[in-house]
Structure formats: structure tokens, C-alpha cells
Design a protein around this ligand. Structure first.
Ligand SMILES: NC(=O)c1ccc[n+]([C@@H]2O[C@H](COP(=O)([O-])OP(=O)(O)OC[C@H]3O[C@@H](n4cnc5c(N)ncnc54)[C@H](OP(=O)(O)O)[C@@H]3O)[C@@H](O)[C@H]2O)c1
Length: 327
């Protein structure tokens, strides 16, 4: 298959690029800074020569958008919104103009679209879209507005020959440097991986191998369109999530963090505390109903597998450093 990944240089793009290339597919990445042979330059907002990559490809998976790992200032929130809506709109324009449009357009969205909630899990049929919860910071509603506008930009694109799926993804856990699993693992190894603000808030997550398998599943299943949750069936409270992560790393204790420490920690990590404090209890209703099975449905075994791979990544990096010092 010919697969085009707009915004495919980031965390999720790296996972998909690696896996789809290894599976023998021809992957092209649209990026603002092309540096590799399979990269093509674009600006994420206007039609250009890059659109030729979409004409005749089989699948587009749009991942472009300003990183959410930043402080939620008015300026950053606007950039998060514009980069997602504009890139989706222009991918739609390229798809609509194509003489041989792609069979399917998977559009990244987010599990954050659902309400902050502890009592019940959100699936696609009964889940509650957030934005009007009481007692949560205003900027949390803004992230939901971003997700809604992002999905709308895809839904409204006039592309009748192309099936459209919005990927409401939970946090994708992979051992790659700089990803969310790497950051949480560093905290756990430093003994700082205790519960944040009581730890009752739910964490939704998906193992990177299941994320790739779910994407491949959605590419082949012509009967599935619209919003699909990509999350393991086992979301769990933050307290239990961090405990299992510490166990997987062999770290016995984690210092608890209060809400203000999360604010400080968020500042230090340059990300907003919404990422830590919002309760995301999201489950894969449509994927399971369609017969998809998860290799890693529970966090304990997922964390163990990710830690094993992270140790290999770290050992390889250490060997590379040592051999560069030796020459
Ligand atoms: N990571 C997760 O667990 C997760 C979970 C749910 C949803 N998501 C969403 O899925 C998407 C991909 O996630 P990710 O973690 O791979 O994000 P990421 O690492 O931040 O990568 C996003 C890519 O978007 C491109 N980009 C950034 N700002 C842009 C702009 N102003 N205009 C056009 N392109 C821009 C960048 O590519 P270039 O700099 O090469 O152009 C970047 O590599 C994001 O929209 C994210 O919000 C991620």
C-alpha cells in the first residue's frame, strides 16, 4: 500500500512510519522540514506540489498539529487549534482534488474529547462529549473545542470516494525517547512516580503495538467510518497506573504529588496539568464490537513489555555512546 503521513515526524508518526515500512508499505511523510528521502515538504495549511503524493495513494493518516505538550497560554491554544483544523482542511482539499483519491483517510483526534469523569467509561455510543463539566479549568473546554473542530474539518470535507475515520486515541505508549511513556518512566525511576492529586483520575492508554494493529484493522475494514476510540479496554486510576509502572521498573515507592506539585511539575515538563489531572475513562466500544482483539488489554503486562523494550533502547544508546567515545 502507498501510505501518506502528514505530520508523520512526531511520536505517533515515528511509530507508524517504522511499523508500516517494516510491513512492506510505501510510506511518504509530509513535514515542514523534510530531511529524509521519503519526506515531502508542506506547510500544513495551503495546497502545493505535495498534494501529488495524496493523488494515487491508498491511505492518508493525518497526524499534524502543534504539540499539546506545552503550557496552555492563549497563544499556544490558538496554535494548537489552527494547526489541526488547517491541516485537516487542506488534506481534505487535496483528497477532493485527487483524480485517484485515497480509499481511506484516518484523521487523528483524541480521547480528550470526552468529559472529565470517574463514574462510568466513555464508549462512542454512550460517551459524553466534554466541555460543560463544572469545577474544571476553562482551558480544558478549549482542548475539547479543538478536538470537535478538528473532527468537523474532516467530516465536512467533500470527499465522497474516501472513507473517513476519526481516531479518538488515548495516550500511545511506546519506549521511544521523549514520548509520554519515557517521561513517566523517568519520574518513576527517580522515585517521583507517586499518585498526583490523590490519583483517582483515570488514565486511558494504548500500547503502541495495539495502536498500529488497530490502524491496520481500520484500514482494511470498509464498514467502519466516523469516530472510533483507540484505547485499551483497561483504563485505570492514575494511582494504580503509576504503581504498575513502578513495579515494572522495580522501583518500590513513589512520592505522592499534590495538585500544586503537579502544577510545578507540569511547568518543569513544559506541559499542562490537564495531561495529568483530567480523568479520561475511555474504552474501545466500536473496535471490540467489530472483533478487534488487544494484545495488551491490561496495563500491568503492557508496562512490563514496554519496560523490557525501553531497557533495550537504553542499552543500545549506551553502546553507541561508548563506541563513539572509543574512536
Ligand atoms: N501521542 C499521543 O499519545 C497522542 C494521543 C492522542 C492524540 N494525539 C494527537 O495525534 C497527533 C500526533 O501526535 P504526536 O504525539 O505524534 O504529536 P507530535 O509528536 O507533536 O507530532 C506532530 C507533528 O505535527 C507537525 N506539526 C507541528 N506543528 C505543526 C503546524 N503548526 N503545522 C503543521 N504541522 C505541524 C510536526 O511535524 P513537522 O514539524 O515535521 O512538520 C510534528 O511532528 C497530534 O495531533 C496529537 O495531538 C497524540
Amino acid at each position: 500500500m502507498k501510505v501518506v503521513l502528514p505530520g508523520g515526524t512526531g511520536q505517533v508518526g515515528t511509530i507508524l512510519d517504522r511499523a508500516l515500512t517494516a510491513a512492506g508499505h510505501e510510506v511518504t511523510v509530509l513535514t515542514r522540514r523534510p530531511v529524509r528521502a521519503h519526506h515531502i515538504g508542506w506547510d500544513g495549511a495551503t495546497l502545493g506540489r505535495w498534494a501529488a503524493a495524496i493523488d494515487g495513494c491508498d491511505v492518508v493518516i493525518n497526524l499534524a498539529g502543534r504539540s499539546v505538550s506545552c503550557r496552555y497560554t492563549a497563544e499556544n491554544l490558538q496554535a494548537m487549534m489552527d494547526s489541526r483544523v488547517e491541516s485537516s482542511r487542506v488534506v481534505g482539499e487535496a483528497t477532493a482534488a485527487a483524480t485517484r483519491p485515497p480509499r481511506v483517510w484516518l484523521q487523528m483526534s483524541t480521547a480528550t474529547v470526552y468529559a472529565h469523569r470517574f463514574d462510568a467509561a466513555h464508549d462512542e455510543a454512550t460517551g459524553v462529549i466534554g466541555g460543560s463539566e463544572a469545577g474544571v479549568p476553562d482551558c480544558w473546554a478549549h482542548s475539547i473545542e479543538i478536538a470537535k473542530n478538528w473532527e468537523r474539518a474532516q467530516a465536512e470535507a467533500p470527499t465522497p470516494a474516501t472513507r473517513k475515520v476519526a481516531l479518538r486515541s488515548a495516550m500511545v505508549m511506546s519506549p521511544d525517547r521523549g514520548g509520554v511513556f519515557d517521561v513517566l518512566s523517568r519520574l518513576a525511576r527517580l522515585g517521583l512516580g507517586g499518585p498526583v492529586a490523590g490519583g483517582k483520575q483515570y488514565v486511558s492508554w494504548i500500547h503502541d503495538e495495539d495502536f498500529v494493529r488497530a490502524v491496520e484493522f481500520l484500514i482494511t475494514r470498509d464498514d467502519l467510518e466516523g469516530a472510533v476510540n483507540l484505547a485499551s479496554p483497561g483504563p485505570l486510576p492514575h494511582r494504580d497506573f503509576m504503581r504498575a509502572l513502578r513495579t515494572a521498573w522495580g522501583v518500590p515507592v513513589g512520592l505522592p504529588a499534590t495538585r500544586w506539585m503537579a502544577e510545578l511539575g507540569g511547568f518543569a515538563l513544559r506541559s499542562d496539568t490537564e495531561l495529568l489531572l483530567k480523568s479520561r475513562r475511555v474504552v474501545p466500544g466500536r473496535l471490540r464490537a467489530a472483533g478487534f482483539t488487544f494484545a495488551y488489554p491490561e496495563w500491568e503486562s503492557a508496562a512490563t513489555s514496554l519496560v523490557e523494550r525501553a531497557r533495550l533502547v537504553r542499552a543500545a544508546a549506551r553502546r553507541a555512546r561508548e563506541s563513539s567515545h572509543a574512536v
